[in-house]
Design a protein around this ligand. Structure first.
Ligand SMILES: Cc1cc2nc3c(=O)[nH]c(=O)nc-3n(C[C@H](O)[C@H](O)[C@H](O)COP(=O)(O)OP(=O)(O)OC[C@H]3O[C@@H](n4cnc5c(N)ncnc54)[C@H](O)[C@@H]3O)c2cc1C
Length: 275
């Protein structure tokens, strides 16, 4: 199938794109790398009147560091991060996650922002950035707001952005030199979406110990104080009962699914401890 006919615009500045997104006389869709939206257009799951290509907006490719925070523009590609064109403030975590997304052709075009807004529960960035405690920076016509990455997703393929709001970028806190991380993605073949994800970040100098169970068919499960799973400190064994009860609450009731998700989390924690 081919997409329905649509108009196409490629604004060079953010306010023009936001104004187009806010048009109420047309169904408007932003397109970044097109890796998820392209197939949806071809299948006519999405039928916009106007497609707004946001890849010419320099601000969305901007990357900026302060001593504590790295801002990554939403149109930065997975390959930009994989190849180290974005400063590494996470001790290699983001580079490793980027390298595990799909295959190189997808990573060359797919963007970190598109991945989050697409809100596929299996997406790698969703779980990885939730473990890193990252914030989504969202701009509308009147204001800018920040949302924890894990709450940007409101449902499966649903994102809490208004039509006239854009994700401009992501803020990631710099990990300290003693921080350790693990990310374990289970998929049948390399380059596939995850069937289960475990992510873990332990940064004692910044009092951060976060764990995530992802690719669960909805928002990831985030343990913002993962020491509670580890016997009160970051060195203990994982309390399987607590993890299972969280999974039950989130609708993961099948024992095999529980086992796979638990194993991913355990491996992520083990990876971190071996670093
Ligand atoms: C074969 C294949 C395998 C894949 N495997 C994986 C995988 O293993 N792991 C993984 O995580 N992902 C995977 N992906 C998805 C890939 O990571 C895409 O890059 C990502 O899902 C979407 O990014 P994009 O830039 O292409 O967004 P697009 O397809 O251009 O857009 C996706 C959605 O986001 C919206 N959007 C984009 N940018 C913005 C913005 N700045 N503000 C507001 N709305 C915006 C669009 O309107 C659209 O609704 C795979 C994709 C393919 C095709």
């Amino acid at each position: 199938m081919k997409p329905v006919n649509f108009e196409y615009a490629r604004p060079a500045d953010l306010s023009a794109a936001i104004a187009l997104g806010g048009r109420n006389d047309a169904t408007v869709k932003f397109i970044a790398g097109g890796q998820s939206l392209g197939p949806m257009l071809n299948l006519r799951l999405v039928q916009p009147d106007l497609l707004v290509d946001i890849t010419a907006i320099a601000e969305l490719k901007h990357v900026e560091q302060t001593p504590d925070v790295l801002f990554i523009g939403s149109c930065v590609t997975h390959a930009d991060i994989e190849d180290g064109r974005v400063p590494d403030v996470t001790g290699g975590a983001m580079r490793a996650v980027a390298a595990g997304i799909a295959y190189r052709a997808v990573r060359n075009r797919g963007t970190i922002g598109g991945s989050l807004v697409h809100a596929d529960p299996s997406a790698d960035w969703l779980s990885a950035l939730a473990a890193l405690g990252a914030q989504a920076v969202v701009r509308g016509p009147r204001q800018e707001r920040r949302i924890p990455v894990e709450t940007l997703m409101t449902g499966v393929f649903e994102c809490g952005l208004a039509g006239d709001e854009m994700l401009t970028g992501i803020e990631v806190h710099r990990l300290s030199s003693g921080a350790r991380w693990g990310f374990y993605k289970y998929s049948r073949k390399t380059g596939e979406f995850a069937h289960a994800i475990g992510a873990y970040v332990d940064d004692p100098d910044r009092s951060i110990c976060r764990a995530v169970i992802g690719a669960i068919g909805s928002r990831p499960i985030v343990f913002s104080d993962a020491t509670s799973l580890l016997g009160g400190n970051s060195h203990g064994a994982i309390d399987r009962g607590l993890v299972e009860s969280a999974m039950m609450t989130h609708g993961i009731t099948d024992p095999i699914d529980q086992q796979i998700h638990f194993a991913c989390l355990r491996r992520a924690v083990e990876q971190a401890r071996l670093r």
